[in-house]
Write a protein that binds this ligand. Structure first.
Ligand code: DX5
Ligand code: ZN
Length: 228
């Protein structure tokens, strides 16, 4: 299901104007976005509250591109199914929050969509090693989740490199993609792509760009170290 090797750009709809949501998400599609990144926040796992299944269901009806749904919730095991039913094409949950990550990965997978696990900045990379062979995506957070527009945490670069080296050593780099979320722009995007990332979430950098098409193509054209 994943396109091989080229960097995938997933603008975060969190940066759309909620009063002009449809207009704004359509604009990034036209500008060349690969996926919509949809940040679900429950006001508990993170100190902010955003969207739920009803918005995702409506977005799914009009979107021409896949929905990358990132659930920042305390109870992913309980609510994952409602996001699958709403239309997620990739569902990413936090490893810190899952009661039984392996079972949850298998449940999501069994519904025929892609699955990912996310790591907060302070969570050891090794926490995902057990489920890594079962997932499509591992998301390295480069900000503390909760809000768009934060500054990139530099340490994320070495974390991506550590994870990428491990995936290469385990011969999983062709199957599992690394996604990076938070503070991505031309400079930070380049650093994480060089370190092994191949999916870039970008809220502010794309949505607030004067030329969204240019912002997206800058990120898309980064030479991936995965490129064959
Ligand atoms: C942060 C969210 C991010 C955020 C990215 O909790 O998960 O997806 O919207 O926004 P920028 O690119 O502005 O940091
Ligand atoms: Zn996100």
């Amino acid at each position: 299901m994943l396109t091989p090797r080229r960097v995938i750009v997933a603008p975060s709809v969190l940066s759309a104007n909620p009063l002009f949501f449809g207009r704004d998400v359509e604009a990034v599609e036209r500008a060349g976005a690969d996926w919509h990144h949809v940040d679900v926040m429950d006001g508990h796992f993170v100190p902010n509250l955003t969207f739920g299944p009803p918005l995702i269901k409506e977005l799914k009806k009009v979107s021409k591109i896949p929905l990358d749904v990132h659930i920042m919730v305390s109870n992913p095991d309980d609510v994952a199914m409602s996001y699958i039913e709403a239309g997620a094409d990739l569902l990413v949950f936090h490893i810190e929050a899952a009661k039984d990550a392996k079972k949850l990965v298998q449940t999501i997978r069994s519904k025929g969509i892609m699955v990912g696990v996310a790591l907060n900045p302070a969570t050891p990379i090794e926490s995902v090693y057990e489920v890594a062979p079962l997932v499509d995506v591992i998301m390295v957070m480069s900000v503390h989740p909760g809000f768009g527009g934060q500054s990139f945490i530099e340490n994320a670069v070495v974390r991506v490199k550590t994870l990428h080296d491990w995936l290469v050593a385990k011969k999983m780099d062709g199957k599992v993609r690394i996604e990076v979320d938070g503070g991505i722009n031309e400079e930070t995007g380049r650093l994480v792509v060089e370190a092994g990332a191949s999916i870039l979430v970008a809220g502010t950098f794309v949505y607030k760009a004067r030329d969204q098409g240019q912002a997206i193509s800058i990120l898309k054209s980064m030479p991936s170290c995965n490129a064959k």
